[in-house]
Ligand binder design. Structure first.
Ligand code: HOZ
Length: 426
């Protein structure tokens, strides 16, 4: 007899491409039927068959407090009872902008949008409008949403399905995007020496989270900052994933870099659709209607989404919030490495803040090429073994994992017990 998940998957595929509204969710990389989720609370999810999972996807990052945190739900309900959308300014938007600028001091002005893709797309336009140049530098395996000029050698779903440079992006558009190797300082120096005067901006995930998790090598982010400032290019940190996760002030606080522009998303919406881009006042004043770079959105600064974001940002600032979640994440990765060793499986793992990476490889990768050396088939088997045992990991070897403040000793112990059996079965 078919499970309810299978019945729903069949039905979904009739009218939704691959049955999903975002490619990785289709489970094509790992095979099988995705659980159709019905509800979530704290560290747990429940699917249409009533099965419970410990969640390490966290809606791909936003759910840093855990699911359905009562204070966030209450804030959303209160906002919704007043208005679902105005398309006009509100006081709450100012509060969210003030909180963002206080927590990430490189951001002097910020504009809210509805997704990370919108934020990065506009940041690129702004870098070009500000400098009057066209060339953008990005890094292989980094993913910055699905705007045309950024879908070049991209990570996440694009990488998972083997089309990191999407069809439909005109070659003329892609020609303005230069792709370098993440963590390769020599290449950065060379490209700036050769084309520095043409480079509008460099966009980077300061901690890459869309080709699995890859940490910046010492000196990598510094060399971006140095070259951008020397050549008048705009340094854009894409902190959609890392913001309020790798440190309260994001990767820029953790690594001590002051980017010119920052893009945010995920956590600032507390689970509802919000993105933001912000940075130096001089650059932000180029945005319409102050300046000539156009950007707009009907649902930008939506009052319900802003209420969820504000409630979330309030809680992530509480004393010990970041250190506690960081410790839990470290316990998880240390435990997984220990279990793999016991089962004699070649495996490594690492974390930064509440993000983690799992690698079927002897040591954590430092580049896209090293990510490609991970044993993907082993990951896929491990993924299903864990899913069967009620642990929900990202269904792709090329995504980072996320821990929430609702994950505690009980969830980590249960995850490690599942991993013990999963590693032994490989
Ligand atoms: N590209 C997202 C993760 N890096 C996946 C979004 C989704 O499927 O919801």
């Amino acid at each position: 007899m078919k499970s309810r998940n299978e019945i729903l998957f069949e039905r979904a595929r009739e009218h939704i491409p691959a049955g999903v509204n975002s490619p990785v969710r289709a489970f094509r990389a790992v095979g099988g039927t995705p659980p159709f989720l019905e509800r979530a609370s704290g560290a747990y999810l429940w699917d249409a068959d009533g099965k419970r999972y410990i969640d390490y996807v966290g809606s791909w990052g936003p759910m840093v407090l855990g699911h359905a945190h009562p204070q966030v739900v209450e804030a959303v309900q209160a906002a919704a009872s007043k208005a679902l959308s105005f398309g006009a300014p509100t006081e709450a938007e100012i509060e969210l902008a003030e909180a963002i600028c206080r927590l990430l001091p490189s951001i002097e002005m910020v504009r809210l949008v509805s997704s990370g893709t919108e934020a990065t797309m506009t940041a690129i336009r702004l870098a070009r409008g500000h400098t009057g140049r066209s060339l953008i530098v990005k890094f292989e395996g980094c993913y910055h949403g699905h705007a045309d000029s950024l879908l070049v050698k991209a990570g996440s779903g694009a990488l998972t399905f083997g089309n990191p440079s999407s069809a439909g992006v005109p070659p003329e558009t892609a020609a303005h995007t230069l792709v370098l190797d993440f963590n390769n300082i020599e290449q950065i120096e060379k490209i700036f020496a050769a084309r520095g005067a043409d480079i509008a901006g460099v966009i980077v995930e300061p901690v890459a989270g869309n080709m699995n998790l890859v940490l910046p090598k010492p000196g990598f982010l510094e060399s971006l900052q140095k070259n951008c400032s020397r050549h008048g290019a705009v340094l854009i940190f894409d902190e959609v994933m890392t913001g309020f996760r790798v440190a309260l002030g994001g990767a820029q606080a953790r690594y001590g870099i002051r980017p010119d522009l920052t893009t945010l998303g995920k956590v600032i919406g507390g689970g509802l659709p919000v993105g933001a881009f912000g940075g130096r006042r001089e650059i932000m004043e180029k945005i319409a209607p102050l300046g000539p770079v156009y950007q707009a959105g009907t649902l930008s600064g939506n009052p319900v989404a802003v209420a969820a974001g504000l409630a979330t940002l309030k809680l992530v600032q509480e004393k010990d919030f970041q250190s506690k979640i960081e410790k839990t994440t470290q316990l998880l990765v240390d435990g997984l490495v220990a279990e793999a060793q016991k089962a004699k499986v070649v495996f490594s793992a690492q974390s930064v803040g509440s993000m983690f990476g799992l690698y079927f490889r002897a040591s954590p990768p430092a580049s896209f090429a090293e990510v490609m050396q991970c044993d993907k088939d082993r990951f896929n088997k491990f993924f299903h073994q864990m899913l069967m045992r009620g642990v929900y990991l990202a269904p792709s070897a090329y995504e980072a994992g996320f821990v929430s403040a609702a994950h505690g000793a009980a969830e980590i112990d249960a995850t490690l017990a599942a991993a013990r059996e999963a590693f032994r079965s490989l």
